[in-house]
Structure formats: structure tokens, C-alpha cells
Write a protein that binds this ligand. Structure first.
Ligand code: ADP
Ligand code: MG
Length: 574
């Protein structure tokens, strides 16, 4: 995993080297200060030579000006390294997200995915920048300070060194606990996001049921859980930092005592004594630094693990090696003994056989849950068949590229999803490279021209999140305009008008009929009156086609279709 982490540094080798070498140099220069103090106290002070003293001070100042520059470089370019890596990871993650199949999204909470692409990657970016650099410098100052201490006074240095095992023991002990805690915190943040996203997305439902109190309680549970996990982390942090601080101060006190003793014995100079005390501070800084790294590092690791898990999720549906591009489509579709289950346990389709001619309109009717939507989702390969095959123009759809297959299929559903932008952007989503005239034409054919003219900003009117500012009928017309623009050879209409009132439904039906003109059309309808004129009607019951034929044929047959039809006529009066 570490190797994989470092592979992200590869494009930024130069930046890394710059940052790293500046940081190392700055670390080394910091080591020099205690030594400078020793020289001042032991040599310069007794000499009484002001010229030399001022010169040495100027020298020291110059070194620190240099150091300031180095630290500025580290702060800016080091963070640049981090953000570059973060950006690249985010790009990759989003790209990967686009390749994943419906099977993945069916089982995901949006909030968790959002957390992965935002918070997780931010933490990883921090670690990418600080992690290796801080660790290296910590080790370097640690060793450097120790050698300098040895040079000043061997026994005193050895006394100080006794505490090192204690420090590293604390470090490793709390490190692993921190990782687990941060992982839990991340889970909580994902839960949060998921809850907020669901609440806002479903705010109309929440309010119409007056269930705000219930939502508040659910949110409170997340909030309190998050607090508990954060507190865990802070408790561990408090313990480890206090222990670290105490160890350092204890060491300083011991060094003070022992140092005084050595000074009195004449074995240690005053300058050596003061310098040594300062070195103890430097010696302990890495331990503090490691504690700080320990705080960010587990966050980054927890995030990186989730990130790699995500990247390693293989799309269930992808282009087969050597997949062909579907071109010059006529739109004939064949279902050959198609079987399908969302989960292995429960079959949803139990052997669908159906040949649909190019340009034919086939309607699917039947009880809810029978598998009508499922049959249609298999054509654009939202899911792959469990057994059997689906052919478009005689080619198994699994041998075609996904992009080319889907380019030739258009789907109009009951819930129209609109993006938060303008009417124009939403229509143009049908074909992103469409010109102004083509958009206007699509709008015209969907009978939207007048509606749009009445909107405050015409085509540039912002439709609101998911199109809240439009009526159901308007949204459906917009999706029809989108489809005219896309101009697919195969059209799937899945209860496109079921949510609309009867009058709007009639008007939209007329537009859909125009849209279906010359295309192979699969219609799913609840109200049978809307599909009476389909070339053929398939009655789907429990994952099988129970009856197949024209309206007249099925009525004559006197089976399920006839019963359904008679029942609806009684209800709606035709
Ligand atoms: P219809 O469109 O005829 O009402 P569907 O094709 O939507 O029926 O559903 C057929 C069956 O498959 C139902 O029992 C439904 O619960 C199940 N189902 C539909 N979509 C999914 C899904 N994404 N994951 C798991 N089961 C599903
Ligand atoms: Mg359905």
C-alpha cells in the first residue's frame, strides 16, 4: 500500500525534491542554535571582543534569514505538492465513479461517496505533503541532536537517551489506536453527509408528512455518534500529548540536576550546560512532531485505504476486450431466453423470448413488480443478463461498446431528472454538441416553445435543483425535447406519463407518439388506453411473457389482458 501511495509522487518528483531538501536544510540549521549559544557563552562572552560578537550575531542572523526563506518555500511548494496529489487522486476517483455500474450505485449512500471525494482526499493531501517530510526530519533531528549531545557531554547524553524507548513505546501504542478511531470518524462523516443529502433531497416528503421531529432525531443520533468518536480521538490525543510533555519536562529536570552536578565538578562548561538544555528541547521536538504526524497520518491512511478500496471496485459492466462500436443501427431487438436476478437468490426474469422488429412499437403491461422495467433496463446494459442474450441488430449487446450502444437508446421515465442549470443546458444534455438551431428545433417538436417563451429568462431560466421550478408536464416535455435532440433509434418509455393528470397525459402522449415515429419503441404503461395502438402488447406476469399480440388479438384471447382492460374500463370509463 505504501508503494501505491508513493506512486502518486512520481509526476511531482522535482517539487518533492525541492520541498524535501529545503525542509531538511532548515531542520539542520535549527540544530545549530544550541551550539551557537554554547559558543557565545563559553568563548565570545569571556573574550569581551565586541567586534567578533557583532560579527557572529550578524552571521547567525544571516543563517536565520536563509532559514526563513527555506521555510516559506516548504510552506508554499510543499502544500503545492500536496494539493497536486490530491487533485490527481480526485480526478481519478471521479473518473472511476463514472465507470461504475448501477449495481454499485444501488448499494451506495451518496453522502459516503461525497465524503470520499472531498474530506478523505483533503486529509490524504495533507499527509502526502507532511508525512514523508516530517518523518524524515524528525528522525534526522533526533539523531543529529543526539550526536551533538554526545559531543557536549557523553554521560548526560546517555541519561537523556534513557527516555527514548519510553517515547517510542508511547508513539507506537497510540498510533494504531488513532488509526482505528479516525476510520470510525470518517464513517461518521459519511453518515452525516448521507443523512443531510437524503433530508434535503426528500424535503418535500419530510414536510408533507410533518416528520421533521423524526428527521431531527435521526440526525441527532448521527451527530451524537460523531461527537463520541471525536471525543475518543481527543482522549487518546490528550493522553499521548500529556505523556509526551511530561517525559520531556522530566528529562529536562533530570538534566538540570545532573548538569548542575557536572558543572560543579568542573566537567561541564556553563555554555555546555545551557546548550545542552536547549538540545534536549530539540531532541524532543521530533517526538512531538511524530505525535503530530501520528495525528494526521492515521487520518490520511484511513482515507487512503477507503480511496484504494473504492478505486479497486471493478465496474460490473464494462466494455469487453475488443468490443465493437455499434453503427448504422436499424433498431431490431431480440431477447433470447433472458434470465435475470438482481441478487442471485431471487430470479426476476425467468426466460424472456421476444423478437422486436426495427421500428416496431411493443408495449409491456402487467402487474407492478412483474419485471417490466427490468426488461427495459437490460437493453442499454444497466445490468447484464444472468443467462440468455439480448441482441441489437443481431449483435449480442455484450460484444458492443457501452458508449455506442447507449448512444442509440433513449429512455424517458416517469421521474424526469433535471440538472440544476438552465432549460437550455438540460435540453442540450441530449447531445452536448448540439447547436442553437437544433436545440430550438427539439424544443419546438416537444411543443415547449410557448412554455419557454413564458418563462422569465426563456431558455436561460434556471430550473432549480432537479427542476423544482417546472411542473410535471413541463419536465416531461423537457425530457422529450432532450430525446428529440439525442435522436436514438431505440426508444424506451417507462411509464412516462403515469405521474401526470389525465389531461396533461393526453397532451404528452401526442408528443411521445411523434417522438416514437420511426423508432423501435418499448413502452411500459399502466393505463392500457395509452398503448392500445401499439403493434404488439406483451403481458408480463412474474418475470415471463404470458400473452403477446395486438390489442384486438389479446382481447379476442380473453385472458389476463382482457381482464385487465375490462377492469380499467370500468374504473375510468374507457
Ligand atoms: P415492474 O417495472 O414490472 O413494476 P421491476 O422490473 O421494477 O417491475 O421490478 C421487478 C422486481 O425486481 C421487483 O420485485 C423489484 O422489487 C425488483 N427490483 C427492481 N429493481 C431492483 C434493484 N435495483 N435491486 C434489487 N431488486 C430490484
Ligand atoms: Mg416499472
Amino acid at each position: 500500500m505504501l508503494a501505491r501511495f508513493f506512486s502518486y509522487y512520481a509526476p511531482w518528483r522535482g517539487l518533492f525534491l525541492l520541498d524535501f531538501s529545503c525542509a531538511v536544510l532548515a531542520g539542520l540549521l535549527e540544530l545549530g542554535f544550541p551550539i551557537a549559544v554554547k559558543v557565545f557563552v563559553d568563548d565570545l562572552l569571556p573574550s569581551g571582543n565586541w567586534g567578533l560578537i557583532v560579527l557572529a550575531s550578524a552571521g547567525l542572523l544571516a543563517i536565520y534569514v536563509l532559514n526563513t526563506g527555506l521555510m516559506a518555500v516548504v510552506t508554499y511548494w510543499g502544500h503545492m505538492l500536496g494539493i497536486n496529489i490530491e487533485t490527481e487522486m480526485r480526478r481519478k476517483a471521479f473518473e472511476h465513479l463514472q465507470t461504475l455500474s448501477f449495481g454499485f450505485f444501488d448499494n451506495q449512500k451518496t453522502g459516503h461517496l461525497v465524503a470520499r471525494l472531498t474530506k478523505d482526499l483533503e486529509e490524504i493531501g495533507e499527509v502526502a505533503h507532511h508525512g514523508p517530510e516530517d518523518l524524515f526530519i524528525a528522525v534526522m533531528t533526533f539523531i543529529g541532536a543526539f550526536f551533538l549531545m554526545l559531543a557536549v557531554h557523553v554521560e548526560l547524553a546517555l541519561i537523556t537517551a534513557v527516555v527514548v524507548p519510553v517515547g517510542s513505546w508511547l508513539t507506537t501504542r497510540y498510533g494504531s489506536r488513532m488509526t482505528a478511531t479516525w476510520q470510525a470518524i470518517y464513517g461518521s462523516i459519511g453518515d452525516f453527509n448521507a443523512r443531510i443529502e437524503e433530508n434535503v433531497g426528500g424535503i418535500r416528503v419530510v414536510k408533507s408528512f410533518a416528520n421533521e421531529e423524526h428527521e431531527r432525531a435521526l440526525f441527532a443520533r448521527n451527530n451524537v455518534g460523531y461527537r463520541a468518536r471525536k471525543l475518543d480521538a481527543y482522549r487518546i490525543m490528550a493522553i499521548s500529548q500529556s505523556l509526551n510533555y511530561l517525559t520531556m519536562r522530566l528529562t529536562q529536570v533530570i538534566v538540570m540536576l545532573a548538569g548542575t552536578w557536572y558543572v560543579m565538578k568542573g566537567e561541564l562548561s556553563y555554555g555546555g550546560f545551557v546548550g545542552f538544555l536547549l538540545l534536549v528541547g530539540v531532541f524532543f521536538r521530533p517526538v512531538e512532531k511524530i505525535a503530530a504526524v501520528l495525528e494526521t497520518y492515521p487520518k490520511g491512511i484511513a482515507g487512503f485505504r477507503r480511496y484504494t478500496d473504492f478505486l479497486d471496485t471493478k465496474p460490473e459492466i464494462a466494455d469487453a476486450p475488443g468490443a465493437r462500436t455499434l453503427t448504422g443501427v436499424t433498431g431490431a431487438i431480440a431477447f433470447r431466453d433472458v434470465r435475470f436476478a438482481y441478487k442471485d437468490s431471487r430470479p426476476v426474469l425467468k426466460g424472456i423470448d421476444l423478437e422486436i422488429r426495427a421500428g416496431e412499437t411493443v408495449a409491456f403491461v402487467g402487474p407492478s413488480g412483474a419485471g417490466k422495467t427490468t426488461i427495459c433496463s437490460l437493453v442499454p446494459r444497466f445490468y447484464d443478463v444472468s443467462a440468455g442474450a439480448i441482441l441489437v441488430d443481431g449483435q449480442d449487446i455484450r460484444s458492443l461498446t457501452l458508449a455506442s450502444l447507449r448512444r442509440h437508446i433513449g429512455i424517458v421515465q416517469q421521474d424526469v431528472f433535471l440538472f440544476g442549470g438552465t432549460v437550455r443546458e438540460n435540453v442540450a444534455y441530449g447531445r452536448l454538441d448540439a447547436g442553437e438551431a437544433e436545440i430550438a428545433d427539439a424544443v419546438e417538436r416537444a411543443h415547449l416553445t410557448e412554455t419557454i417563451a413564458a418563462l422569465p429568462d426563456g431558455l436561460d431560466t434556471v430550473v432549480g435543483e432537479r427542476g423544482v421550478k417546472l411542473s410535471g408536464g413541463q419536465k416531461q416535455r423537457l425530457s422529450i425535447a432532450r430525446m428529440f435532440l439525442k435522436n436514438p433509434e431505440i426508444l424506451i418509455l417507462d411509464e412516462a406519463t403515469s405521474a401526470l393528470d389525465t389531461e396533461t397525459e393526453r397532451a404528452i402522449q401526442a408528443s411521445l407518439a411523434e417522438l416514437a415515429e420511426g423508432r423501435t419503441t418499448l413502452v411500459i404503461a399502466h393505463r392500457l388506453s395509452t398503448i392500445r395502438h401499439a403493434d404488439r402488447i406483451a403481458v408480463v406476469i412474474d418475470g415471463r411473457i404470458a400473452e403477446l399480440g395486438s390489442h384486438a388479438e389479446l382481447m379476442a384471447l380473453g385472458g389476463a389482458y382482457r381482464r385487465l382492460n375490462d377492469a380499467q374500463e370500468r374504473l375510468h370509463g374507457g
